[in-house]
Every structure is written in C-alpha cells, then in structure tokens.
Design a protein around this ligand. Structure first.
Ligand SMILES: C[S@@+](CC[C@H](N)C(=O)[O-])C[C@H]1O[C@@H](n2cnc3c(N)ncnc32)[C@H](O)[C@@H]1O
Length: 378
C-alpha cells in the first residue's frame, strides 16, 4: 500500500488508536502542566501523516491540535504545543496536506510541522521542547522505521515527565524473524534481517529465545514484545502494551505500547483499555447474537470478570494481610493490565469490607486509602 492510500479511508483499528490517544490527552495535560512554571507542554507526533483522511476523518495531528484549543480554554489553561514530523519521502503530497490541515494552529505558533524523517528531526525537537513535559506519539508504518537507538534521546531527556506511545508492529517484526530463520532465505539477507531486528528491539536475546521450533506465532510475538518492553523499562519506565485489533476475534494489527514514569498514568491507561475491550466485546456480541439482548450479556460479562477479580484479590490479600487500597489496585493493575477497570477493583474492595474480611482500626465507613487488615475469620 502506498502511504497516500493509507489516508483514503480511516481503518477501524486506527479509530481505536485515536480514541485511546484522545482519551489520554486531557488527564495527561492537566496533570503534567502542574509540574511547570508556565503550563506549557508538548506533544510530538513523530510520524504525523496527512492529518486528514480523504473520507473526512481526522488524523492524529488534527486530533491533537483540536485538543490544544480545548485545553487552552480550561479554567486552568494549558498551552499544548504540537510538533509534527512528516518527511513525505515519496513526495505524495502528504506534507502539503498536513500543512493545510494545521495552518490555523501554525499561524498561532501552536503547531510546527517539520518536513524531515523523525530520526533526523529529533535533535531539534529535543532542543525545542527544552524542559517542558512531553508526550511522544510514534506511529510508523511497519516495524522498520524506528530503531531502539533512535529513542535514546527521548528516553534520556532531562525532563523526567517524558512519555511515549509507540505503535509497535509485533506481527511485522515476527514476519522478519520468520524470514531470517527460514532456510529459503539466503544467509546474507538472513543476517541483515537479524541485525535489523536487533536494532529495532535494542538487544539480541530474542535470537536465542526464538530459535526453538515448537513456538507458536503468538509465543514468538510475545517474546519480541517482552524484550522490547524490558529494554524501555531500563530507562526507569513503566511499560504496558495493548494489542490493537479490528475486532475481538482478529489478530492484533500492532501493539499500542505506552511508557510512563508515573504509576497514575498506568491506572488511567488501564481503564481506557478496559473500556476499549468492552467496546470490542459489545461490537462482537451485537454482530454474533443479534437475537439476544446485548446489554444483558455485557452485564453477565462484567459479573464474570468481577468473580475472577474476587479470587485474584483473595489470593493477594492472604499474602499481604495489611494493605492500602490504592497500593493493591496499583500492584494488581501491573499484573493484570487492561483486564479489570478501576470500578471493578473498587467494587470488589467494597465487597471485602462489607463481608467483614477487610477491617480498619477505626469505625469510619468511608472507604479510602488508609490501612486495612485482612482477616478470614469473619
Ligand atoms: C501510520 S502513518 C501516520 C498516521 C498518523 N499518526 C495518524 O494517526 O493519523 C505513518 C506516517 O509516517 C510517515 N513516515 C514514513 N517514514 C517516516 C520517517 N522516517 N519519519 C517520520 N515519518 C515517516 C509516512 O509518510 C506516513 O504518513
């Protein structure tokens, strides 16, 4: 597919990616602006694209630019500046479209469009963003455009409030692995492929782990993704990944990899992803079971997952005994990212209190983040 064709009609999975980005921007901006003296923050759309699809849908640069208008009107306004990078390598008119769609914000000095490749634009981006908090949205076509070393200037920025959302094409990467292990591939090409995979992931452990015949496609992809996440974690990040797919029963198109240094960010993204999964489930049952009431089924599904969470929390409490609600939720979210909504955690927590299995030393009824003791006795 030519780059330009991508912008003919928005794909369902791109809608999901945009929805997650759009949901995350308001809490991110409100929170990180507090850490500045001038409430100025940055978004960098590293692989910006045309900003508008032929069918009228908005691309990420427009979505972010429009949000900057919104947060400028908040009671505590935030100045969100956006830097878009788009090389339009084949001169397909993508950069002129981006310029046209964002002109209004360029005139206000809110948006700047850079007509370069992301990697070569990075030094000026790092200089421009100075010490402001920043969110980098890195959304290339396919797995090969971003080497791990390209991320280094971002991961080592002086400002610790530097977050990343990376569209990581795990499936595309696994295909290159398959080709590099295939006997049909000539050894020189196989070696080049292998070196490229290492450059993308940032380390070479995958080679040994994947050189096992019995691994399924999913297991291979899991290994690649895990190694990539681990490499980002070395820069003191929490890293979580969500498989973006067209529908519930389809293979992931890519992983939405979210990197933050703040555990609150993980909690927020956990809920957005749980909501996205609920939407997927809703679409799935509407399609498959039109004769039944989808809302009842959705209700059953929530009950089923809360039963599961009840069991998980029980095991956790037996191990810890003396706990703080917020901490339990944070720990479990890391282990079960995207499985349960914070509403699920709070509901189950309340069930434990109501049943007398969780107690405090005072008789306040409000459930909050003080110490609770677990006891099986009641
Ligand atoms: C998946 S599209 C971006 C879609 C956009 N982020 C959105 O959500 O609307 C990827 C874009 O990256 C551009 N691109 C290709 N190579 C690039 C590079 N080295 N640096 C930055 N952008 C590049 C392509 O021209 C294409 O427009």
């Amino acid at each position: 597919m030519k780059n330009q064709e991508f912008f003919d009609k928005i794909k369902p999975w791109s809608i999901r990616k945009h929805r997650l980005l759009g949901k995350y921007l308001p809490p991110f901006s409100g929170k990180v602006a507090k850490a500045t003296h001038n409430r100025e923050i940055y978004c960098i759309d590293g692989f910006a694209g045309a900003a508008k699809y032929e069918d009228g849908s908005e691309g990420s640069p427009l979505l972010i630019a429009k949000f900057s208008d919104e947060c400028a009107k908040w009671r505590n306004p935030v100045t969100l500046k956006l830097i878009n990078v788009e090389p339009d390598v084949k001169g397909e008119g993508i950069f002129p479209l981006l310029e046209k769609a964002t002109q209004k914000w360029v005139e206000k000095s809110i948006v700047e469009n850079i007509n370069k490749e992301f990697f070569s634009a990075l030094p000026e981006i790092i200089a421009k963003t100075g010490n402001s908090p920043a969110l980098f949205f890195i959304d290339p076509f396919g797995p090969t455009y971003v080497h791990f070393s390209h991320l280094q200037p971002i991961l080592t920025r002086n400002q610790r409030i530097t977050e990343l959302i990376i569209n990581f094409d795990t499936d595309g990467l696994r295909r290159i692995v398959d080709a590099s292990f295939s006997e049909k591939t000539n050894p020189k090409t196989a070696e080049t492929n292998s070196q490229n995979i290492t450059k993308i992931i940032g380390s070479a452990n995958w080679k040994q782990k994947l050189n096992v015949e019995s691994l399924s496609t999913e297991e291979c992809e899991e290994i690649l993704l895990e190694e990539y996440k681990q490499n980002i974690k070395r820069f003191d990040y929490h890293v979580v990944a969500y498989p973006i797919r067209e529908s519930l029963d389809k293979k992931p198109k890519y992983h939405f990899v979210y990197c933050t240094r703040h555990s609150d960010g993980i909690g927020l993204m956990n809920d957005f992803i749980r909501e996205e999964e609920d939407l997927l489930y809703g679409e799935h049952i509407e399609e498959k079971l039109t004769l039944f009431s989808s809302s009842n089924l959705a209700h059953d599904e929530i009950n089923r997952r809360r039963e599961k969470l009840h069991e998980i929390m029980n095991i956790y409490l037996e191990k810890h005994q003396r706990i703080i609600r917020n901490q339990v939720i944070k720990n479990l979210i890391e282990d079960y990212f995207g499985h349960f909504h914070s509403k699920d955690y709070k509901t189950i927590f309340k069930e434990f209190i109501d049943s007398g299995m969780l107690k405090t030393t005072d008789d306040k009824t409000k459930i909050d983040d003080r110490v609770y003791f677990f006891s099986l006795a009641s």
